[in-house]
Design a protein around this ligand. Structure first.
Ligand code: PGA
Length: 247
């Protein structure tokens, strides 16, 4: 059975001093036999994090990358650049980027493709808004978002990580119930299975107010292979407790 993956998403949080304290706290408390662990940090901190986590069991992740390889794209960061800092994972299509930066399904798919081309595992986020859930469109929305990525990436699809993050649960303290989450994860698993015979190896993470109190129950679901954790990844004891419940 594959080990679960717990990835922290720091979003636009951190400082040189706070990062150092947080990572030292995590490394001091991390059991090496624990599940796979990654931290997706703001890009300006990649060099600091690479140095702090060198030789540790924690993998480094970024939060976005350009769909382009290089060139006149002011403000953008390429997969090649992320590679230079030992980045293993990169979140693509987080709902905050879809919402505030108007990222389309096609753009998210292109970013996932670019990450894979550089040997970086994209953590592809999908999820419905509250209005979409209330309109009974949850499955339709997440399947449409994932289909774009499957279409663009073909047989490489077994190399991605998927994160189901209901938009209404992100940063709100409202978590999807274990049943709601498992139901969507099963839909995503079936869609991946139809696209690849190796779909069982794909991690499908749950994200949206996962915390020390609710992680164990969510992670016990058959199709929940880990978590993408925002707020609770900023406090070492909370993040360690989520990691401990993912054994
Ligand atoms: P949250 O964020 O855990 O703070 O809800 C999760 C995410 O947006 O990845």
């Amino acid at each position: 059975m594959k080990k679960k993956l717990i990835a922290g998403n720091w979003k636009m949080n951190g400082s040189l001093a706070a990062n150092e304290a947080l990572v030292k706290g995590l490394l001091a408390g991390l059991d090496r036999s624990a599940c796979q662990v990654a931290l997706c940090v703001p890009s300006v901190y990649l060099a600091q994090m690479q140095a702090l986590m060198a030789g540790s069991a924690i993998d480094l992740g970024a939060q976005d990358l350009s769909q382009h390889a290089a060139g006149a794209f002011t403000g953008e960061i390429s997969g090649a650049m992320l590679n230079e800092f030992g980045v293993r994972y990169c979140i693509v299509g987080h709902s905050e980027r879809r919402q505030y930066h108007f990222e389309s399904d096609a753009l998210v798919a292109a970013k996932a493709q670019r990450a894979l081309a550089f040997g970086i595992t994209p953590i592809v986020c999908v999820g419905e808004t509250l209005a979409e859930r209330e309109a009974g469109k949850t499955e339709e929305v997440v399947k449409r978002q994932l289909a774009a990525v499957i279409h663009a990436n073909g047989h490489c699809i077994s190399e991605i990580v998927v994160a189901y993050e209901p938009v209404w649960a992100i940063g709100t303290g409202k978590t999807a119930s274990t049943e709601q989450a498992q139901q969507v994860h099963a839909v995503l698993r079936a869609q991946l299975k139809a696209a690849s015979p190796q779909a069982d190896r794909i991690h499908i993470l749950y994200g949206g107010s996962m915390n020390a109190a609710n992680a164990a129950e969510l992670l016990a679901q058959p199709d929940i292979d880990g978590g993408l954790v925002g707020g609770a990844s900023l406090k070492a004891p909370d993040f360690l407790s989520i990691i401990a419940s993912a054994l």
